[in-house]
Design a protein around this ligand. Structure first.
Ligand SMILES: CC(C)(COP(=O)(O)OP(=O)(O)OC[C@H]1O[C@@H](n2cnc3c(N)ncnc32)[C@H](O)[C@@H]1OP(=O)(O)O)[C@@H](O)C(=O)NCCC(=O)NCCS
Length: 177
């Protein structure tokens, strides 16, 4: 990461600096949708940028993991049975979704994506104002390895052959109290 880089939350008045991650959907969201989503309170986007360009960005929004379908119960509630009195009775678990996360092509494989995930972990555990137990992500096929390396697991097998897969990370190990 350059020494002159800054990390900030976009505002609706922000000027977007050039960005290219080699994925047209992710580039397009950044240029055309990120500020509208912010304005409509649908997602908040954070950027890492230097004087010249955008190094990385991610958009996050509130989410929940539905605890009523049998597959989720098996993967989410069962392991929690020893920790929570009645986890199966909970209809859902609060979560934060990574809607989009992308690193500029020139900066990939420098642990920038990992650092952004680490920031989300801290922000939604020790710094969070509400309860949030999981991070979720609709991960692109090409980025599954990245999410796996960051501890994410698959929520279902039903999307095994799809272009994106639903993944989750339990935030419990990252709390400090
Ligand atoms: C996927 C992406 C966000 C990863 O960011 P990054 O900063 O390059 O990743 P990191 O350097 O933090 O990588 C962490 C680990 O994941 C691995 N990794 C990174 N991208 C990977 C990929 N696409 N497939 C498999 N493994 C990957 C790295 O090798 C590294 O492994 P290591 O700990 O053994 O060294 C970035 O490559 C990107 O923007 N890709 C295009 C857009 C995209 O697919 N975004 C996700 C959509 S939700």
């Amino acid at each position: 990461m350059d020494s002159d880089s800054i990390f900030k939350r976009l505002t609706i008045k922000s000027t977007l600096k050039p960005f290219d991650c080699d994925d047209s959907d992710l580039n397009d969201f950044f240029y055309n949708d990120a500020l509208d989503f912010l304005k409509q309170l649908l997602a908040v986007t954070y950027v890492l940028e230097n004087k010249k360009e955008t190094i990385a960005y991610f958009s996050i929004l509130n989410d929940k993991i539905d605890n009523r379908n049998p597959e989720t119960k098996k993967r989410i509630s069962k392991p929690l049975e020893k920790l929570l009195p009645h986890p199966k009775r909970l209809r859902s678990f609060p979560a934060v979704k990574i809607g989009r996360l992308a690193v500029h092509t020139d900066y990939k494989y420098n642990k920038i994506g990992t650092k952004l995930i680490d920031w989300i972990k801290v922000s939604f555990t020790i710094k969070n104002k509400t309860g949030c137990r999981f991070i979720t992500a609709d991960a692109y096929k090409a980025s599954l390895g990245f999410y796996e390396k960051n501890g994410f697991k698959y929520l279902t097998d039903k999307d095994k052959n799809k272009e994106t897969r639903l993944m989750y990370l339990d935030l419990f190990p990252f709390r400090k109290s």
